[in-house]
Write a protein that binds this ligand. Structure first.
Ligand code: PRT
Length: 103
């Protein structure tokens, strides 16, 4: 279900390449290019860290949603299919788990 939501959002973001910039925030991000999208994602990552350290669970959920959206936009800006990232994760799940940090 959650994975389905992400894949649907990735599809909508791709479709927004054809939308008008006036009607679509995503289109304005894509028009600004990968470097701008990367900067926006970095800002959202920092806001997520701050929420994790100082804010409520609800605030962290909202920042996490912003972060996931901006990551998907960045992948689209770089023409990297969302499914390729999922394939990397799936491959890791089927591989032996690496050792964790040493004490
Ligand atoms: N999931 C999201 C989503 N999450 C976060 N955001 C936007 O990401 C921005 C968060 O960045 P900031 O906190 O920096 O907000 P900001 O200061 O307004 O942004 P800037 O002016 O600095 O760019 C906000 O404007 C949020 O509205 C999103 N914008 C769109 N979507 C989805 O993307 C799809 C396409 O949206 P449109 O492109 O708007 O049609 C739709 O399904 C939307 O629900």
């Amino acid at each position: 279900m959650a994975d389905d939501t992400l894949s649907q959002l990735a599809r909508i973001i791709k479709e927004r390449r054809e939308a008008s910039a006036e009607s679509s925030y995503t289109r304005t991000l894509l028009d600004a290019g990968p470097a701008y999208c990367a900067r926006k994602m970095g800002e959202e990552a920092i806001e997520t860290v701050i929420a994790a350290l100082h804010d409520s669970d609800d605030a962290l959920k909202l920042e996490s949603a912003d972060l996931l959206y901006h990551l998907l936009v960045l992948l689209e800006a770089r023409d990297i299919p969302y499914e390729d990232v999922m394939a990397v994760l799936a491959q890791r799940m089927s591989a032996p788990t690496p050792a964790g940090p040493q004490e």
